[in-house]
Ligand binder design. Structure first.
Ligand SMILES: O=C(CO)COP(=O)(O)O
Length: 254
């Protein structure tokens, strides 16, 4: 069965309520392809989740950018999976490289978060990716495999997981991976899933690419056989996000 194209917009730590309203109205007016061929999920900062939920078109979904590894409680500054469920937020991004690198989230910690979020009924966009140094030393596949393994060891059902390959050197740098570079790592990740999880999970799990995706480069990336969509940062705050969503047609017309 074909994997449904998936486009996530990670707004990161950006925006005022006025700006958020503007972004949402641009999306609401956007002429996008049918939700039969693409899942669109936008991820505002926590404080804007209710606002975005109240305004956003009903064919788009919402993700939080993180959640805690276990049940809520005395964890100052954290947001629990239970709270997201309570607010009817269906998705969460976990293991983003900005959290891994700036806040020291380990592979095991991210794996634990993915397992806990899934156990509470959330859908997870789980991020993996290598640094420039790791790429230059030839460690890319080992790094993303280790990150994926820490997740795979803790979960038994991949149905509600989207895997996002985001090479750190391509994030926010304007230095996008070439379609061949993205395809190579996506292929390796799928092979890893096939060998270490199952053929079915490898075939059905969406592996999306993130790192300087924009309206101009999305189509060529989308044409790669193992690229099932995108996780977009900077360009998800701009009108061109609509063009990125519509790159789903590259797949449906293939
Ligand atoms: O980190 C990203 C999405 O999660 C990618 O960010 P940019 O698209 O701004 O490079």
């Amino acid at each position: 069965m074909a994997r449904k194209f998936f486009v996530g917009g990670n707004w990161k730590c950006n925006g005022t309520s006025e700006e958020v309203k503007k972004i949402v109205s641009t999306l609401n007016e956007g002429n996008v392809v049918s939700s039969d061929i693409v899942d669109v999920v936008v991820s505002p900062p926590f404080v804007f989740l209710p606002l975005v939920k109240s305004l956003l078109r009903s064919d788009f979904q919402i993700a939080a950018q993180n959640c805690w590894i276990q049940k809520g409680g005395a964890y100052t500054g954290e947001i629990s999976a239970e709270m997201l469920v309570n607010l009817d937020i269906p998705w969460v991004i976990l293991g983003h490289s900005e959290r891994r690198l700036l806040l020291g989230e380990s592979n095991e910690f991210v794996g634990g978060k993915v397992a806990y979020a899934l156990s509470k009924g959330l859908n997870v966009i789980a991020c993996v990716g290598e640094t420039l140094e790791q790429r230059e030393s030839g460690a890319t596949v080992d790094v993303v495999a280790a990150q994926t393994k820490a997740i795979a060891e803790r979960i038994s059902d991949w149905t509600n997981v989207v895997l996002a390959y985001e090479p750190v050197w391509a994030i926010g740098t304007g230095k996008v991976a070439t379609p061949a570079q993205a395809q190579e790592v996506h292929y390796e990740l799928r092979k890893w899933l096939q060998i270490n999880v199952s053929v079915e999970v490898a075939e059905s799990t969406r592996i999306i690419y993130g790192g300087s995706v924009n309206g101009a480069n999305c189509k060529e990336l989308a044409a790669q056989p193992d690229v099932d969509g995108f996780l977009v940062g900077g360009a998800s705050l701009k009108p061109e996000f609509v063009d990125i969503i519509n790159s789903a047609t590259v797949k449906s017309s293939a």
